[in-house]
Ligand binder design. Sequence first.
Ligand SMILES: [Cu+2]
Length: 296
Amino acid sequence: MLLATFSLGILGWVGCRPTNETSSQASALPAEPGPKRYALKGEILAVSIERERLIVKHEPIEGYMPAMTMEFIVSPGDLQNAREGQRITAEMVAHAGGDFSLEKIWPADPAAVATVAAGTAALVEDTTIRGRSAYREVGETTPDFVLYDQSGDVVRADRFRGKQVLFNFIFTRCPVGTMCPAAVARFQQLQKKAKESGVENLELVSISLDPEFDSPGVLRDYVNARGIETTNYHFLTGPDKAIKALLKQFGVLAEFKGDLLNHTLATVLVNESGKIVWRADGSSWTVDEFIRRMTR
Ligand SMILES: [Cu+2]
């Protein structure tokens, strides 16, 4: 166990500075009063695809505005995920020109929220109980989890039983071409090659290291930007506690230092009964190595 942890440590930490943070510029220029942000809870009343707006009936915003129905600009991914009647939490951004937009939109349907919370509590407890042996080695089963996918749908770990699954951890703001973007590109190659090689039951799962930023809609935008085929490739995100527990269990290190996210890379192959059968640390593995282990 100690050895495994140590070998992860020497793989090297690569810093990924989120691309949409401009800390170097910000420190050089006088601080600009950015748009004001407010926590918002509400219900989607209508989705206007052509105007790229959501009509949301929101609860009162303490010290800012009473409950009312308003139109909000949202990202294409959030627009695609939105359903009439859906409850959401979000960050409302009040722009200088009088426009309002919503970011960090999360599903807030009580049943879904309760399911994810229960799954997270169980995962955190399991991680605590395992303590120093939280890290799951080859031959052990993967932990249970309940997260959201890029569509905002609840995904439980057991939906992958009976399939061969490849897991990795990435985050959408990662600007280091050789890290997350390369890992996702490699998964896309694997997805294609597996299909060509007759591997029928493969599922690919990329879990976000950065749930604070990577809401389901942000993952959806990421998927769209890369033309990712999502029939068997899922991007997952969820409560920070769940992600932290999964990182421990999967033996991935990730830590924010200011706006710099340092992380390691691991690619884990899990068989039909949920057992870890192969693991590659870092980024020097080849697609063929994995294909060979899938077609065994
Ligand atoms: Cu990265």
